[in-house]
Design a protein around this ligand. Structure first.
Ligand SMILES: C[S@@+](CC[C@H](N)C(=O)[O-])C[C@H]1O[C@@H](n2cnc3c(N)ncnc32)[C@H](O)[C@@H]1O
Length: 272
């Protein structure tokens, strides 16, 4: 574990101690960015995703386009597998972290959405890790992804497996806490394999285990602003209290493991 991560985990530990909270208001001081940092300390997700990518790429010195690169964790972990990495990220605050993490000459970074990204280059690998579902007009953008690939290139789309433990947790609590769930959240409301096949790809898929090990029920609850992409102030206090009580009855002061099983769609271009 890096010294930086150790420091974050130590801070997290002290923040979690201060989370012997009694009401939702005690969670308000935790920002979504802070929740995301805590999540990263408790999960092996980024390591598992980058390993799943390394397992299927054909070359060790090609080019990578990382769509919706976030804080750059995945690009960074793939750094030694590619000669050139282009990473695009529209969110300004995440882009700053990306710039910090991915700062060698091998990178070209764009603070832009994929829809607005223009570049006259073809790639060996295009990765969309937990980001394709946020792209508007997927019918148009999937064709652009195909065009960005060399003839023998790979498009690797990574997402949560539908109906993993997190899926049940997310759906189980959404309506009570926040009302009607959004149409597009962290997964697809259409058949993604058929969609990819209809757009000129041969698709294989691999599943891989990812877990989040949370030290306590309150630590799990402290991630809800990040999980649900809302401020704590948007969550109904009564529902939150009830969920907290039920989880505490079930787990007491024990830690919890959430299953975040992922799926990687390995997409080869059909020759035309
Ligand atoms: C759940 S995060 C995944 C980050 C990273 N790929 C990873 O797996 O760690 C989704 C990312 O997609 C980005 N995103 C959202 N809409 C996008 C768009 N239209 N084009 C490119 N990226 C987008 C978000 O800003 C966010 O960083």
């Amino acid at each position: 574990m890096s010294r930086c991560c150790l420091l974050i985990c130590t801070l997290t530990y002290f923040v979690s101690l201060s989370l012997s909270a009694t009401s939702l208001y005690d969670f308000y001081k935790i920002t979504r960015q802070e929740s995301f940092r805590r999540f990263l300390c408790w999960t092996d997700e980024k390591e598992k995703i980058s390993q799943a990518i390394k397992d299927v790429i054909k070359t060790d010195n090609g080019s990578l386009l990382d769509i919706g690169a976030g804080d750059g964790s995945i690009s960074k972990l793939l750094e030694f597998s590619f000669e050139k990495i282009v990473a695009v990220e529209p969110c300004e605050s995440l882009f700053k972290v990306l710039e910090n993490n991915c700062n060698s000459e091998k990178y070209l970074l764009g603070n832009t959405s994929f829809e607005e990204f223009v570049m006259d280059q073809k790639f060996d690998v295009v990765v969309a890790s937990h980001s394709f579902q946020y792209i508007s007009n997927p019918d148009i953008e999937i064709k652009r992804i195909r065009d960005f690939l060399k003839d023998d290139g790979l498009f690797l789309l990574i997402n949560l497996r539908k109906e993993c433990g997190y899926w049940r947790l997310y759906n189980g609590y959404y309506a009570d806490m926040l009302g009607e769930p959004p149409k597009c959240s962290y997964n697809f409301d259409y058949d993604i394999v058929s969609f990819l096949e209809e757009n000129g790809f041969i698709v294989k898929k691999n599943y891989f285990d990812v877990t989040v090990n949370v030290p306590s029920v309150d630590d799990l609850l402290s991630l809800f602003n990040f999980f649900y992409n809302v401020e704590f102030s948007a969550i109904k206090e009564d529902a939150f209290k009830k969920i907290r009580m039920n989880l505490s009855k079930e787990y007491g002061d024990k830690g919890l493991t959430i299953d975040f099983e992922n799926v990687i769609y390995i997409c080869e271009k059909i020759k035309q």
